[in-house]
Design a protein around this ligand. Structure first.
Ligand SMILES: [Zn+2]
Length: 277
């Protein structure tokens, strides 16, 4: 399958909470991917990483990483900024050991900067970060994610522009976040096409064959994201969304972040396979 569906972290059905058990459960469920959730810190040791890599390879499960939530590249405090950079580097190093193809992260909040100032700062930091990883021979893709609140750095344009301007940076497009950030927009076939048009314009058609997408139902206010929901309980037009993925022949990874994790992942995968046939 050209597009792989998976869960954000270990599926609920997993008998153990370990990543290895999670990968085995993904295979049993018939899904194709799992995002290693390093969201509360990068704590996986080298031995475990090796075991995860072997298991995922044997079972043909694509792995990606979500870096710790506690990251703000735009912090006013140099210590916090440095710690944020370190967390992304650690997630990339350990993720690469575990065989992950990419690392997703939340860039930070604008604070009192204009979006233009914030962009330049994030760009400079990510250029240095990519140089560091290259020097170490860590070849995993780094993917800043589109964010669900207007106070957060991470509009679609910002994320795509970083990917266009910095080698090794690719986008993580979270459609639930786009939807919540805009107070209910980005929720019909035309809008979904527009996202992929923009991606194609800025990053070339090859980018549509190597996407990293996050999806879930989402509750939101005028201030953006409140919390995630299961897709059938949400207002997100996921049937239309799947149709567009099929029509555009999108390839890559879809990570489902609904509270029910694998249930929605299997739902989307089923709709996708039905639409293909
Ligand atoms: Zn995220």
């Amino acid at each position: 399958m050209a597009l792989r569906f998976g869960t954000a972290g270990v599926p609920h059905a997993s008998p153990k909470s370990s990543s290895v058990s999670g990968v085995e459960t993904i295979r049993k469920l018939g899904l194709g991917a799992m995002e290693l959730a390093f969201v509360r810190g990068v704590r996986m040791g080298a031995k475990t990483a090796e075991k995860v890599r072997e298991t995922a390879k044997k079972l043909d499960v694509t792995l990606t990483v979500h870096a710790p939530y506690y990251i703000n590249l735009l912090s006013e405090e140099p210590d916090k900024r440095d710690a944020s950079i370190r967390r992304i580097l650690d997630a990339a190093r350990v993720g690469a050991q575990a065989g992950a193809v990419s690392v997703t992260f939340h860039p930070g909040v604008y604070g009192n900067r204009t979006p233009a100032q914030a962009y330049q700062e994030v760009r400079t930091i990510l250029e240095d970060l990519m140089a560091q990883l290259q020097e170490e021979g860590v070849t995993v893709d780094i993917r800043p994610e589109t964010q669900g609140k207007p106070v957060q750095f991470g509009s679609l344009e910002e994320v795509l522009r970083l990917a266009a301007e910095i080698p090794g940076i690719k986008p993580c497009v979270d459609f639930a976040h786009l939807h919540a950030r805009s107070g209910g927009g980005w929720n019909d076939p035309q809008a979904f096409h527009q996202v992929f048009d923009r991606m194609e314009d800025m990053l070339g058609s090859s980018s549509l064959k190597d996407v990293h997408l996050h999806i879930s139902g989402i509750a939101y206010t005028e201030k953006g994201e409140r919390h995630h929901l299961d897709l059938p309980e949400s207002d997100f037009a996921y049937r239309d969304w799947i149709r567009v993925l099929v029509d555009r022949e999108i390839e890559g990874v879809v990570v489902v972040e609904s509270p029910n994790l694998e249930e929605d992942a299997l739902l989307l995968q089923r709709l996708y396979q039905d639409a293909l046939s």
